[in-house]
Every structure is written in C-alpha cells, then in structure tokens.
Write a protein that binds this ligand. Structure first.
Ligand code: SF4
Length: 62
C-alpha cells in the first residue's frame, strides 16, 4: 500500500502526523510521507488518517 499527501491541498493541521508519526511528518507548513510503502501494521491507521484529513489531501493506493 502506498500513500501520498497533496502538498497543494494540505493545510498543515498536523492531524496525520500526530496520528501516524511513523508515516507522516511535517515538512515546513505541510505534511509529507516518509516511507516508500506503508508497513502492514500501520495500514489501518493510515486509512483512518486519510478519512480524517479535513481537506482530503491524503491519497491511499492499495
Ligand atoms: S491531516 Fe490532511 S491537512 Fe492535516 S496535515 Fe495531514 S494531510 Fe495536511
């Protein structure tokens, strides 16, 4: 599973970084993904983070 953040949409609320710090990290004023592939044990948390992003800036590719 892969995940990406649309930097043009992200508002930098930090929600995803707080929820799954092993996958998302703040990079200046926006979040970015710091892994190539999402580890199996974090996939549910990443899906939840994508669903919780207030501006739908997180894209998950199964
Ligand atoms: S939850 Fe969405 S808006 Fe907030 S930092 Fe993450 S990607 Fe950006």
């Amino acid at each position: 599973m892969k995940v990406s953040v649309d930097a043009n949409t992200c508002t930098g609320c930090e929600l995803c970084c707080d929820s799954v710090p092993d996958v998302f990290v703040m990079d200046g004023s926006v979040a970015r993904v710091k892994v190539d592939a999402v580890p199996a044990e974090l996939q549910d948390a990443v899906r939840d983070a994508a669903g919780s992003c207030p501006v739908q800036a997180i894209q998950v590719t199964e």
